[in-house]
Every structure is written in structure tokens, then in C-alpha cells.
Design a binder for this molecule. Structure first.
Ligand SMILES: Cc1cc2nc3c(=O)[nH]c(=O)nc-3n(C[C@H](O)[C@H](O)[C@H](O)COP(=O)(O)O)c2cc1C
Length: 171
């Protein structure tokens, strides 16, 4: 644990477009029985919601991870730089319903307080669930966008997490 330093959201010097969109993140949550799951995500945003530092992410209800984000009041968002790209590819293309994700990826999980994060991460954001709502087709102001993103009608649930803690790995 000592290789990580806690910083405040105000100290986070990251471009959110690169961080989430290019670097990707692993969203991880655990159930009270200790089981956990994680998936790769590249859609989301960071900013201020209801006066609080927050991270929004989108999880389709078809994901196994959805069961865990629904069950847990918290989630962790792990970022890895360019390392672990291959592992993030696996965790973003196979379901925890079908494979042992930890064995396939070789990552080292830390399960605590309703979340799972990874010792290989360079940055971990811990969030408390504040709000969740489902994408509603009728609310799209650009219907083509809805059609192109959801041809299978597998809509996302959009979660807002309050950022409670940020850990950065010391170099
Ligand atoms: C680069 C990348 C980004 C992804 N972003 C998202 C996302 O933002 N939301 C989502 O629901 N799925 C996203 N996925 C797909 C899930 O990671 C993928 O379906 C995963 O296998 C789900 O695993 P699970 O069933 O164990 O939860 C992404 C996949 C990749 C490779």
C-alpha cells in the first residue's frame, strides 16, 4: 500500500479525455459475499455533480459487472497507462460469467469495502454511488445516435459516483 500516495481531486492533473477515452479504466465492484467482477470501460466523465467531485460511467445492463455495481454502494476505477493493455483487452471482451477473469488477466486484485482494484494500476479512483439512471431512447435529441449506439436495445445505466479517494502510484 505504501507505494501509493493519496491525492485530492484538486491535485489530479490528468486530461479526462485521454484518461478515460484512450487509456481506458477497469470498473470493479464486489458483493457482500466477497465475490467481485470488473470490466474495461472507455466511456465516462469526471467533473462536479451536486457540488461534489464525481465520476460518471456507463454500464450496459447485459454486463456481468452490472450485477456488482447494482449490489455495491461503491466502485473503484483503475487506470494502467499503456501497460496492461492486453489484459484490459481481455477484460473488455470476455465476461466474468464465462471465464475466470483474474486467471486470464494475471492482474492482482485488492477486494475491500465493496470494490476491487488492482496493484498494477498507476492511478485508482474510489467512488461512492450517488445516483443511477437508465438511458431512455425517447430522451435522445438526436435519434440517429440512439440507433447507432443501441441497435440491440441493450441500454446503459449511467452511474454517478462521488470521488471519495484517489491513489497514485509513486514512481
Ligand atoms: C476499450 C473498451 C471499452 C469499453 N467500454 C465500455 C463501457 O463504457 N460500458 C460498457 O458497458 N461496456 C464497455 N466495454 C465492454 C465491456 O468491457 C465488455 O462487454 C466486458 O466483457 C464485460 O464484462 P462482464 O460481462 O464480465 O461485465 C468496453 C470494452 C472495451 C474493450
Amino acid at each position: 500500500m505504501s507505494e501509493y500516495r493519496e491525492i485530492s481531486p484538486l491535485e489530479l492533473c490528468e486530461n479526462p479525455f485521454r484518461l478515460i477515452g484512450d487509456e481506458w479504466m477497469l470498473i470493479g465492484a464486489s458483493k457482500p459475499d466477497g465475490t467481485f467482477n470488473m470490466m474495461t470501460a472507455s466511456w465516462g466523465m469526471m467533473g462536479i455533480m451536486w457540488g461534489k467531485p464525481a465520476l460518471n460511467c456507463l454500464i450496459r445492463f447485459t454486463r456481468y459487472t452490472y450485477e456488482f455495481t447494482e449490489a455495491s454502494p461503491r466502485a473503484a476505477f483503475s487506470f494502467f497507462g499503456n501497460e496492461c493493455r492486453r489484459q484490459l483487452g481481455i477484460l473488455g471482451s470476455k465476461s466474468g460469467r464465462d471465464i475466470d477473469k483474474m486467471r486470464e488477466s494475471g492482474l492482482t486484485p485488492v477486494v475491500e469495502d465493496g470494490v476491487v482494484w488492482f496493484k498494477e494500476a498507476r492511478l485508482v479512483i474510489f467512488g461512492k454511488k450517488l445516483y443511477a439512471h437508465d438511458v431512455t431512447p425517447a430522451e435522445f435529441k438526436v435519434p440517429d445516435l440512439c440507433e447507432s449506439v443501441y441497435p440491440l436495445r441493450d441500454y446503459h445505466r449511467i452511474y454517478t459516483y462521488e470521488i471519495e479517494k484517489i491513489l497514485v502510484k509513486e514512481r
